[in-house]
Ligand binder design. Sequence first.
Ligand SMILES: Cc1ncc(COP(=O)(O)O)c(C=O)c1O
Ligand SMILES: [Zn+2]
Length: 398
Amino acid sequence: MQTLLATASRLQQLHCAACHAPHSAFSLQRVSSCCAQPLVADYDLSAPLTRAAGIQATENSMWRYAALLPLLDEANRVSLGEGWTPMLALPRLAARYGFLDLRLKDEGQNPTGSFKARGLSMAISKAKELGVTGCIIPTAGNAGVAMAAYCARAGLRAVVVMPRHTPQAFREECYWYGAEVHLVDGLINDCAARVRELNAAGELLDVSTLKEPYRLEGKKTMGYELAEQLGWRLPDVLLYPAGGGTGLIGIWKALREMQALGWLPATAQLPRMVAVQAANCCPLVETREGRQVNCQAYMGKPTIANGLAVPRPLGEPLMLDVLDESDGLALAITDEQMLEGLRELGKEEGLFVAPEGAAVWMAARHLLRTGWIRPEEQVLLLNTGSAQKYLENIVGLA
Ligand SMILES: Cc1ncc(COP(=O)(O)O)c(C=O)c1O
Ligand SMILES: [Zn+2]
């Protein structure tokens, strides 16, 4: 007899990304106690669960995949309607450049204007479930705004630390959600140092990228969604703007989970994953092309794609694994190219995307030209945010 609701969470445990040691998923965790590396959630994927039973089809948000998410009690869900974003064809750009099938998943239509809503909805829901009373975050902008919104909705204290040069709209929105905002000279790694000072006593939960296990689980819903929206046929190439890496790692995790569940054939050809970075801050490209051993001493510069200014991502090894396993690539795009991409997406397709999304489009264009992408392949661009909050970076340049 089936005793579990098909849609109840199948969360089992967490494991250390470096040494795989198990950690409890039922107490508050940060990084692994063994290696100080990210903790990754594991689910029971062996008990049968069909797509029809596992997906709540009437739920038009990322929570339609609640069975594969870590929240144990639905009463703790902190939601603003994140996820289930549109998958748009780009017919005019496809015709102009010679792509047979070019699409864009528009994460700019999420609450607070970016895909960060998914990760923070999940992390703040789990924080509430585990009795946390306040959260702190170092951010390039979007994640801080999302954390502030979800903390407000959950009744938690919110402290946001962002670079001083971040466009004002990010900071201003945090204030309207009642968050405490600190500005730091430098990039997100300098903000992380300030977070450590501000939270020396540890009374706030640090929800930095991959320093708690659950933002990744929210982000992975992009992978479930794109498979479902494409009728369970995956694109040949998936391009993603990678900063801290939760999106790239999360989507790959989702594809693997769907294979384990039988939602995708075990032999399904998975997409080649492209990590798109900014030329001003491209640690992954430098490591992958052998110009450095790893990102630990990498120095980045600001870019108009604020979310890509992450010089030393904790998730670098996990991102490199995704690129290796998928036969993918890391590629850098200049700020000038991003502006060109913004103009094209705006004028040809009516999309006002974040510079991170414009970078992804320019990467696809480049890879088609070099032959790495073939014209007949299905290409999916992930646009992670809306341009609205970036106006200061782009004003007058249309
Ligand atoms: C719009 C946008 N795109 C991409 C990123 C990079 O995100 P990830 O941590 O998933 O690599 C960010 C991070 O701030 C962002 O705000
Ligand atoms: Zn470990």
